[in-house]
Design a protein around this ligand. Structure first.
Ligand code: TMP
Length: 209
């Protein structure tokens, strides 16, 4: 049997990466074979493209070339990492995927949903996650958390507050439009509380305990 493809999504500072690690560990504890990966990145070529996207000034890329770089990375990641793992029966936990492009490059940077949908259709041919956990947090708390991490890979954090507000609404909108695939998780609680909320959803969906 092929594995399952689970993604975590959300704006800056929502705790997604920590929660992705915890979810992967919880799945492994049930005896499943799990591959943890991330976007942009997750394959050698896609990691090289990542550094073009997450470093430098916010205005370094216009929205369209930024989107095409993301989808170039995604094509490589799906072809070389995610696809083979699923075919081998592994469960894949991915920190961000296409929903981030609809939120960041769409709601955030202003490309229409239809534009991204067309690119997505050409590149991914209807390949989607099986289940997506969308972490929701108020913008000021998220930005403060992200800033406190400091340092590198901060290109998107530097966009203005309105950008981050549009992102949050973009993710909420994605969850509403895809109720069979997505669930919105309140990320304002402690790390343990959020991990428990995520595990409750995943365990129920897949009959795990
Ligand atoms: P990360 O902070 O979750 O590691 O993600 C790196 C940045 O890349 C983050 O600021 C969001 C951005 N991003 C997009 O803008 N569009 C996308 O499709 C993806 C996957 C990430």
């Amino acid at each position: 049997m092929t594995g399952r493809f689970i993604t975590l999504e959300g704006g800056e500072g929502t705790g997604k990466s920590t929660q992705a690690r915890r979810l992967a560990a919880a799945l492994e504890n049930t005896g499943l074979s799990v591959l943890s990966t991330r976007e942009p990145g997750g394959s050698p070529g896609a990691e090289e493209i990542r550094s073009l996207l997450v470093n430098g000034a916010p205005g370094r890329w216009d929205p369209m070339p930024e989107t095409l770089l993301l989808y170039a990375a995604r094509a490589d990641h799906v072809g070389r990492t995610i696809g083979p793992a699923l075919l081998a029966g592994q469960w894949v936990v991915c920190d961000r995927f296409s929903d981030s492009s609809f939120a960041y490059q769409g709601a955030g940077r202003g490309l229409t949903r239809e534009t991204i949908r067309r690119i997505d259709a050409v590149v991914l041919d209807d390949f989607k996650p099986d289940f997506t956990l969308v972490l929701d947090l108020d913008v000021d708390t998220g930005i403060a958390r992200a800033m406190s991490r400091g340092g590198a890979e901060s290109r998107f954090e530097q966009f203005d507050r309105d950008f981050h507000e549009r992102l949050r609404q973009g993710f909420i909108d994605i969850a509403k439009r895809n109720p069979d695939r997505c669930v919105l998780i309140d990320a304002s609680g402690s790390e343990d509380e959020v991990a428990a909320a995520i595990w409750a959803q995943v365990a129920r969906r897949y009959g795990l305990s």
